[in-house]
Design a protein. Structure first.
Length: 555
């Protein structure tokens, strides 16, 4: 394999094939942009290949200054590589930046990376950093800093480190650390990564919220207290469950101003009004917020009626109701039997969950965590709904009288969805007790409950969620599911560029998840937010990201 000098216009050999798949409607525009950019195409070139550059509709130019007040949960921060919720990334994104950014249209945009290049087999990635970037303490930003972050991300011994699941192709299975020699510093601004097997997801994974770039002096703990980053804001105040404040860093010259034009805001306040949307509406009525992190359920109509501006995006975000195969209840493991897990899934009509739990604002899902928005999705037909067979299987397992405790977070749509699942299970003769918990109780324990519900973010490629949630011993594996066959097929799927070839493997993966009864997955979510009509650049992002550098107020 040989590389020419990295150029934004250089096309990877796979991109013409992706363009043909787009032209023949085998993949959609968002999928094409994500994959073309992942192979090194710049966003403008990728957009041209979709049939011509389509500029966004003209929007008001943000004015300089102002304080933006955002309603959002304020969760306790951890080492960024162990962030488990989008809100954490939003709290630090103003000063902790990313190598690349995932945009709403599916494109990847270089942030701390100027460009990247990939070899023919997706086993060697060359990353070119932007020049002239500095940390807010005055240190120069170099390839050595990025290399240290890769080393931290590949440390499988670090508690909660989900980046290790994303970068599995860079990790030595024997040591649980980055492969010796896998990372080379070619010069102060260029890194070369050599993977042990092909991985088409690497660049997209570098845009996910746990991939924030930290300073070499950061050794773990709360990054807000550490405070060193490359972004345009500085951390000011952090009170869990109450507020988080950032201010524009006037002592730091931000590298992105010449490119993006921002930052525009003087100050950002994230304000926590709890998980009950009625309290958010009360804050809107009282004039205490300018932007909602997310709008949900019937409150979307309420906010529309109040005259607030709605934005919407269709996504692969979802909710998973799962029984943990490893969990013990009174000394037994009731969900270790796949027949029991399947019986739970066969008792639930997903369409009812969508209507009662999410006011119909989404698409019915099929219990396999691969969305039709992912072109490699294999169409297996609707999830099996067979209450009679479910009762028979539960009786055969000796658990007809077992009481299931279904745990959900106490927020509107997750609580309602959990209630809809519990009601259907009870209608089928099963005993179910509901446990609805506040965030400070639920969030620290989300992976350990025997039977619970968890929301999952949008991910651009179908294999990403499967790697994070269902690979054996993955950091975010909340189901206890482990299968050598599944792991092998997943590795195969992450190496296949051709969408039809990958669809065959995805079909096998989806079938395993269904046959094993790994989850009840009722729907895919459309996401919404609202603002007061003066906020510019804050349209709802499919991955729940808030990009503060481009947000401001209209005149």
């Amino acid at each position: 394999m040989s590389f020419s000098r990295i150029k934004p216009s250089l096309l990877h050999h796979a991109i013409p094939g992706l363009a043909r798949e787009l032209a023949t409607h085998r993949i959609g525009r968002r999928e094409f942009l994500t994959r073309a950019c992942a192979f090194g195409a710049t966003a403008p070139i990728a957009l041209e290949l979709t049939g011509g550059y389509r500029p966004a509709a003209a929007k008001a130019q943000p004015i300089q200054g102002g304080t933006l007040r955002i309603q959002q949960n304020i969760k306790a921060l951890t080492d960024p590589r162990s962030y488990a919720w989008s809100e954490m990334g939003n709290l630090t994104r103003g000063f902790l930046e990313y190598l690349v950014q995932y945009n709403s249209d599916g494109s990847l945009q270089g942030m701390l990376l100027q460009s990247w290049d990939v070899n023919d087999t997706a086993t060697v990635y060359r990353l070119a950093l932007r020049s002239g970037v500095t940390w807010n303490n005055g240190d120069a930003f170099t390839a050595r800093d990025v290399a240290r972050n890769f080393e931290r991300w590949c440390d499988t011994t670090a508690p909660g480190n989900s980046m290790a699941s994303r970068l599995e192709a860079l990790i030595d299975p024997g040591t649980g650390q980055i492969i010796d020699g896998a990372l080379k510093l070619l010069d102060d601004l260029t890194i070369e990564l050599s993977l042990r097997h092909p991985d088409i997801t690497l660049m997209v994974n570098l845009a996910d919220y746990p991939a924030a770039i930290v300073h070499p002096s950061f050794e773990g703990g709360n990054p807000f207290e550490h405070g060193i980053g490359t972004g345009p804001f500085r951390p000011v105040e952090m009170q869990v469950g109450e507020r988080c404040v950032l201010e524009r860093n006037l002592d730091h010259t931000w590298w992105g101003t010449a490119i993006f034009g921002g930052p525009y805001l003087d100050r950002v306040e994230f304000l926590d009004f709890g998980t009950d949307p009625s309290s958010w509406v009360a804050a809107v009525e009282a004039g205490e917020v300018d932007l909602l992190y997310e709008s949900v359920g019937d409150f979307i109509d309420v906010l529309d009626a109040m005259g607030w501006t709605q934005t919407k995006t269709d996504t692969t975000a979802t909710m998973i109701i799962r029984a943990n195969a490893l969990a013990e209840v009174e000394g037994a493991k009731p969900y270790a039997d796949a027949a029991v897990r399947r019986a739970l899934a066969m008792s639930v009509d997903n369409e009812i969950c969508l209507e009662l739990g999410y006011a119909g604002r989404g698409q019915v899902a099929e219990n396999d965590h691969v969305s039709p928005l992912h072109p490699a999705h294999a169409e297996l037909g609707p999830a099996i709904y067979d209450p009679g067979k479910a009762r028979e299987d539960m009786a055969a397992a000796g658990l007809s009288e077992f009481e299931h405790e279904l745990v959900t977070l106490d927020d509107e749509w997750q609580r309602n969805t959990g209630d809809a699942v519990a009601a259907q299970l009870r209608d089928n003769g099963f005993k179910v007790r509901r446990s609805i918990q506040p965030g400070d109780t639920y969030w620290p324990n989300w992976k350990t409950y025997p039977f619970s519900a968890t929301q999952w973010n949008h991910r651009p490629l179908g294999v990403q969620a499967l790697s994070l949630a269902y690979r054996s011993n993955a950091a975010w594996n909340e189901t206890g599911f482990a299968s050598a066959e599944f792991d092998s097929l997943l590795e195969e799927a992450t190496s296949v560029v051709d969408v039809e070839a990958r669809r065959k493997t995805m079909g096998k993966l989806q079938t395993i998840l269904r046959n094993e009864g790994v989850m009840i997955q009722p729907y895919w979510r459309s996401l919404y937010n609202h603002h007061n009509g003066r906020v510019v650049g804050a349209d709802k992002h499919p991955s729940n990201e808030i990009h503060l550098h481009k947000i401001g107020f209209s005149a």
